[in-house]
Design a protein around this ligand. Structure first.
Ligand code: FAD
Length: 418
């Protein structure tokens, strides 16, 4: 088995950025990805709910609370909503990671402009006007969308950034990407990481490398570490829970083609973020059904939605079998209720009626292999072993994390190339 310079487990944004940057510097990089290829970047199309559970792209994190993630080449960036929120640099600085130059380098190569007014769909425009009339600082959100390619209020698939573009560059530079490999544990020799063991088509395989980087995401990286003897990993995590407020509007619209999270605002003090939202029809029907709103089942085309996402605490546990579990505290429930109250006010001010809310969901697992707790400022917990993904985030979060994990990957790349 040939030895690589670097083994990267996971091909999400962090793994892809590292693969590209390290290959560019001449390293022999091998990326091991559990999922398979997808059709490429673009706005999320209607996912089959059953397939999400089967592929473990949906998991329960608390009673009745489903967590969504992307288990495929490109990771979460192939299903995400392209909202580009900058990392809170002072949080990382407190833990010895100065990320400002890394963020600047990421922003220099990725689209991140606020969405142009012409790209806000009719429901997003109505919600924006209502929120502003209520005095809220509701603004178009920065998006990882190349808006120069967008015309007539819509964007072609090529306009939507995903980590697959970084992976393609990495492979052009000589990196290899192998799919269908579930990395299970890190191999050590004399206390140093020397490779990983994984399963492919039921066969145990070993991959040797000079440096091992776990970039398997906020749920899988702590599981791999636990199986490698680092038992503190996965003790506590956050998941940024959310609920979606739905209202009936007067006219028919086209929620299936409106860009979700077009505008909104983050209230860091209150600990929540509110934005307009659209979901595929099958999600809409599931929301109406679970809320007991049979009267709304047939009204997808007349729906308008606001997402309330809160900052939760770091608590609960991810165990060696990948079981993810936590409860939400009274303070977290109050925070959610406050955000929902505001969302309902905005929906009413926008002319919405028959308001109801989706069940709790979550889409940002992280904080499970924290900087300063398990990792040092080199994102390392053992010689030659690094972790780089949303699990590294050291404190309660509540923000879209993709720009942050990309900046962390730039940072680790700089350290490794040192
Ligand atoms: C519906 C939705 C909308 C979102 N919208 C936004 C948004 O607008 N803005 C934003 O910033 N963020 C958004 N996110 C979150 C964002 O997608 C993730 O936070 C981000 O992708 C995290 O990147 P990562 O590199 O940490 O891990 P991931 O993207 O989770 O990548 C991890 C990779 O590792 C692979 N893997 C897992 N286990 C193993 C294993 N054992 N062996 C090998 N490979 C493994 C996975 O298949 C995956 O490809 C959204 C998420 C969802 C679900």
């Amino acid at each position: 088995m040939p030895t690589s310079d670097v083994i990267i487990a996971g091909s999400g944004p962090a793994g892809a950025m590292l693969a590209r940057d390290l290959s560019r510097a001449g390293a022999r990089v091998r990326i091991l990805e559990r999922g398979g290829e997808t059709s490429g970047p673009g706005p999320a199309s209607a996912p089959n709910l059953w397939k999400l559970w089967r592929r473990k792209e949906a998991l329960y994190v608390a009673p009745g609370v489903a967590l969504l993630r992307g288990m495929r080449v490109g990771g979460g960036s192939t299903v995400f909503y392209h909202t580009a929120i900058s990392p809170p640099l002072e949080m990382f600085s407190r833990h010895g990671v100065e990320m400002a130059p890394d963020l600047a380098a990421v922003l220099a190569e990725l689209p991140h402009q606020p969405l142009e007014a012409s790209l806000l769909g009719p429901a997003a425009q109505r919600i924006t006007a209502a929120a502003r009339a209520l005095g809220l600082p509701w603004q178009a959100l920065p998006k990882m969308i190349d808006q120069e390619l967008c015309r007539d209020g819509g964007c072609p698939p090529a306009a939507f950034w995903s980590a697959t573009s970084l992976l393609a560059q990495a492979m052009q530079l000589g990196a290899t990407l192998e799919t269908g490999i579930q990395v299970n544990r890190v191999l050590f020799q004399n206390g140093r990481a020397v490779g990983v063991e994984g399963i492919q088509n039921g066969q145990l395989r070993r991959f040797m490398g000079g440096t091992v980087i776990l970039a398997a995401g906020g749920v899988a990286s702590p599981v791999i570490l636990q199986r490698s003897g680092i038992s503190e990993a996965g003790r506590g995590f956050f998941c940024d829970p959310l609920r979606i407020g739905v209202a009936l509007q007067r006219e028919d619209g086209h929620p299936e083609v409106e860009l979700p999270m077009a505008a909104g605002f983050v209230d860091r003090e209150a600990g929540y973020m509110l934005t307009d939202m659209t979901v595929p029809p099958n999600f809409y029907r599931a929301f109406a059904w679970t809320a007991g709103r049979v009267d709304m089942l047939a009204h997808y085309r007349r729906s308008m939605m606001i997402m309330v996402k809160i900052r939760d605490e770091i608590s609960g546990e991810i165990n060696t079998n990948g079981r993810v579990w936590r409860h939400f505290s009274a303070a977290e429930k109050t925070r959610m209720r406050n955000g929902m109250g505001l969302a309902a006010d905005i929906l009413r001010a926008a002319g919405g009626r028959r308001i109801f809310f989706s069940p709790w969901l979550a889409a940002h697992p992280g904080g499970s292999v924290r900087l300063g707790h398990i990792l040092d400022e080199r994102l390392s917990c053992s010689p030659n072993l690094h972790v780089c993904d949303a699990s590294v985030i050291p404190e309660p979060w509540g923000l879209p994390p993709t720009l942050t994990v990309l900046s962390l990957a730039k940072h680790l790349g700089r350290i490794l190339l040192g």
